[in-house]
Design a protein around this ligand. Structure first.
Ligand SMILES: [Zn+2]
Ligand SMILES: [Zn+2]
Length: 319
């Protein structure tokens, strides 16, 4: 079996308007496709509609014919605890550093009412967007300062709150999908390991070094930016020593490399950096790797040709 059991690309339905994607994933030896929501919470409803549409059904059939499993990888707090509840129930939402309750992101992880809404919505999400592999990569909102700082939550770091979220997701998802596994996302505000919360059996770590440098390999000691990221990965691996590691990267992410602006730029991928990164991830015993390839849509393929997908697949399988 290859070192990286799961080999994935993360795309939005819009990227998949390019019809060459699925055959190219298969040809590259990739075996999972992660679908992603960008604008939240709206794009989660859009993903549900997409899944139930003719185009979505055709995508599933096409993936299954190539033995590619579909999974979902996205920030979910704004969908699981709808923001419109704030007016009537401000205590369900997070308290910011100034002491004000705000619905801007996430919620109060000490609020039983918030968790009751969360639990019900998790079960619905599992029914609407089931994972072909049993893996669910769903996590809190995408912000630097998104933890609750109310009197009950103040001692919990952003990472502790994110791990409570993953543990709760796992409990809810397993009511619908008994073999569900859930990612805890180490990224951005949650790059440091948790301190007080323990992971439940069924959690795996998802390391996503969004702020890394791509001119140097992640483990290059001569890059000060990547030294921090690589150390955060080692620290997370030490904390989650009994738990599997999945890496989410941005090698093929035209959105990230172009500063999330259109038109997309041609991907500046260094195959040397990619291979050295994979060597490092294999050393950390990652069993699964994905890269975003958002904005590699029909327009991208028409302008620049295929993103370097075959090179990515070959590098993954060479480990
Ligand atoms: Zn709180
Ligand atoms: Zn660098």
């Amino acid at each position: 079996m290859p070192t990286f059991e799961y080999r994935s690309v993360i795309l939005t339905p819009q990227d998949l308007t390019e019809p060459r994607w699925v055959p190219a994933l298969a040809e590259a030896g990739l075996n999972t496709l992660m679908l992603h929501a960008v604008r939240l919470p709206y794009d989660i409803d859009a993903l549900i509609n997409f899944r139930n549409s003719d185009v979505g059904r055709k995508l599933r059939d096409q993936c299954h014919a190539h033995t590619i499993g579909i999974e979902y990888e996205m920030h979910t707090a704004a969908w699981l605890v709808p923001r419109m509840l704030f007016r009537e129930n401000p205590e369900m939402f997070r308290m910011d550093l100034q002491g004000n309750r705000t619905p801007d992101c996430n919620f109060c992880v000490s609020s039983e009412d918030a968790w009751a809404v969360f639990d019900e919505r998790v079960r619905r999400l599992a029914v609407e967007l089931p994972s072909d592999t049993g893996r669910y990569l769903l996590f809190g909102d995408d912000v630097q300062e998104g933890a609750c700082h109310c009197p009950q939550c103040a001692a919990l770091s952003a990472s502790d709150q994110a791990l409570l979220y993953a543990n709760a997701l796992l409990r809810g998802l397993r009511e619908v999908d008994p073999a569900a596994q859930v990612s805890y996302l180490a990224y951005h505000a949650t790059l440091r390991p948790p301190e007080t919360v323990e992971p439940a059996e069924g959690v795996f770590v998802e390391f996503a070094p969004i702020r890394r440098c791509y001119r140097h390999a992640l483990a290059d000691p001569d890059c000060a930016v990547n030294r921090l990221q690589a150390q955060a990965l080692r620290d997370n691996c030490a904390f989650f020593s009994e738990f599997p590691l999945h890496v989410t990267e941005y090698w093929l992410d035209a959105s990230r490399h172009g500063g999330w602006q259109r038109p997309a730029i041609e991907l500046p991928v260094s195959l040397d950096v990619l291979r050295r990164d994979l060597e490092f991830y294999a050393e950390q015993e990652a069993f699964s790797v994905a890269t975003y390839a958002v904005m590699c849509d029909a327009e991208y393929w028409n302008h620049f040709g295929s993103p370097p997908l075959q090179e990515y697949g070959q590098a993954l399988l060479a480990r």
